[in-house]
Ligand binder design. Structure first.
Ligand code: ATP
Ligand code: MG
Length: 480
């Protein structure tokens, strides 16, 4: 099994860092993979990564080493993820976007525009036997809500899991793009919608985690089979010490949420690397939106690369040390990316059961269909979908925890549904009895009036019965 590609990148000293500490740096270059690091107490550590990008490194080098193999794989339907991680102001957004994704020096262009170009180049060179198409989505996780950056009205997107496609964002906007220029224009529009604020550490600080999703669909013309590779780029918001960033009010609330989700990410990495061999331990993917969305990327089913961005200044040594340790830990996660989204179009035409439905949910729904009204079962099905009870039991190490989650959610949902249905049935029985009594009374009255030859009672009675029935039906429909 392969491991994640982990790289460290040190940005040049900022003008503030130069003012405070002159040219002093806390790292010493050993070679392109190793450096020594001095912390605040002058204690020395040696770190080795797959590659170290020092202050003078070029954006193109980062792309070539970290992203280009993942881009090629995505075109071959192997999922990939690239994450920039690190303290606020450490260069995550700079590495991802560059100064601007639309207009900037070729040399300074970040990973994102290079990935776009790389995808279209790979498609062009893949030959005529295959047809490719690219779809693009863009969301941010702001204050623990997933917002669609292509459609701000969708500000609380739900995360679902399907057996065949893994983690999905329910109803997220997907834009088909047919050229790099079109893709970059869409990305630029999305970036303009992202939450950014000013702090004492970064005048343009990302206040959300930004997630770019490229879905590359591949169709082999000859046999009509199609596969899809998903490439996810994640520009995380940076961890921050509130006393350094001077955060207060809204910015403070944002900082707390950012730090909380980053510690959830740390916990997931720890759980993934601490498990005793051979025994599946619980991985808390569901503890934050970030970890849930990254579940496939961290859980093994993706080729994943992590860029640990750091300041080289001694004034940020503590934060840089923590970023580097995070990277070292992540290196121990074992990955086994596999082809995803295989779909046989001809089979689909013959109408087999949808492969995205989890079998156990289908079984339960089938049983309910036999006993309950179709409308109620449909409602339950929607509840299952909304609650993300569709899970992928194919990765053995997650089966226990996923099963525990699904079992408790299913039980709660079913109990709730059974209680609701039982109370509706009770209400219907009561109404039915009342209506029967009224009908019997009406018949008696009818018989009496006929016997007495009183036509006025006969004429008024039916309208009274009808209005009584209508009002009961109304009250019943409000219960439902
Ligand atoms: N490699 C680099 N070369 C030149 N300038 C850089 C580099 N990396 C970062 N910078 C500059 O440092 C500043 C902070 O960078 P950036 O906004 O990318 O930080 P960040 O890690 O995204 O922070 P936050 O978590 O607050 O969003 C920016 O002005 C950026 O231009
Ligand atoms: Mg940023």
């Amino acid at each position: 099994m392969a491991s994640m590609t982990i790289c460290a990148r040190f940005r040049p000293l900022s003008s503030k860092e130069r003012r405070d500490h002159g040219d002093a740096v806390c790292i010493q270059h050993v070679d392109s993979e190793t450096f020594s690091f001095k912390d605040e107490k002058d204690e020395e550590f040696t770190f080795s990564f797959d590659k170290v990008f020092y202050e003078k490194s070029e954006q193109a080098e980062v792309y070539e080493f970290l992203a280009s193999p993942i881009v090629r794989d995505a075109v071959d339907a192997i999922n990939g993820t690239i994450v920039t991680y690190g303290q606020t102001g450490a260069g995550k957004t700079y590495s991802m976007e560059g100064p601007s994704i639309l207009v900037c020096d070729e040399q300074k262009r970040g990973l994102l525009p290079r990935v776009v170009e790389g995808l279209f180049d790979c498609i062009k060179s893949s030959g005529r036997t295959m047809k490719h198409s690219i779809k693009l989505s863009m969301v941010e996780i702001y204050m623990e809500r997933v917002r669609d950056l292509f459609d701000l009205a969708k500000d609380n997107i739900q995360i679902k899991e399907s057996k065949s496609q893994g983690i999905l964002l329910n109803g997220v906007t997907e834009i088909s793009v047919s050229s790099p220029a079109e893709a970059l224009q869409s990305l630029s529009n999305g970036i303009a919608n992202r939450a950014v604020g000013e702090t004492q550490m970064n005048v343009s600080s990302s206040r959300s985690h930004c997630i770019y999703i490229f879905t590359v669909q591949q169709e082999v013309k000859k046999d009509e089979r199609s596969k899809a590779g998903k490439l996810i780029l994640v520009d995380l918001a940076g961890s921050e010490k509130v006393e350094k960033t001077g955060a207060e009010g809204k910015v403070l609330e944002e900082a707390k949420t950012i730090n909380k989700s980053l510690s959830a990410l740390g916990n997931v990495i720890n759980a993934l690397t601490c498990g005793s061999s051979g025994k599946a331990n619980h991985i808390p993917f569901r503890d934050s939106k970030l970890t849930r969305i990254l579940q496939d990327s961290l859980g093994g089913n993706s080729r994943t690369a992590l860029l640990c961005c750091c300041s080289p200044s001694p004034s940020n040594a503590l934060e840089s040390l923590s970023t580097l340790r995070f990277g070292m830990r992540a290196k121990h996660i074992k990955m086994s990316p596999r082809l995803k989204g295989n779909e046989d179009k001809s089979a689909k035409k013959n109408g087999p059961p949808s492969p995205t439905k989890d079998e156990s949910c289908e079984r339960i729904l089938g049983m309910l269909r036999e006993r309950f009204d179709a409308e109620d079962v449909k409602l339950l099905e929607e509840l299952f979908t909304l609650s993300g009870i569709l899970f992928d039991p194919s990765s053995p190490e997650e089966v226990d925890s996923a099963l525990a989650d699904v079992t408790s959610q299913t039980i709660t949902l079913l109990q709730q549904a059974v209680e609701d249905l039982a109370s509706i049935v009770e209400e219907l029985k009561r109404e039915n009895k009342a209506l029967k009594n009224e009908l019997a009374a009406a018949k008696r009255l009818d018989a009496q009036s006929e016997a007495a030859g009183d036509t006025s009672i006969v004429l008024h009675k039916p309208s009274g019965i009808i209005s009584s029935v209508v009002s009961r039906v109304r009250s019943l429909s409000s219960i439902k």
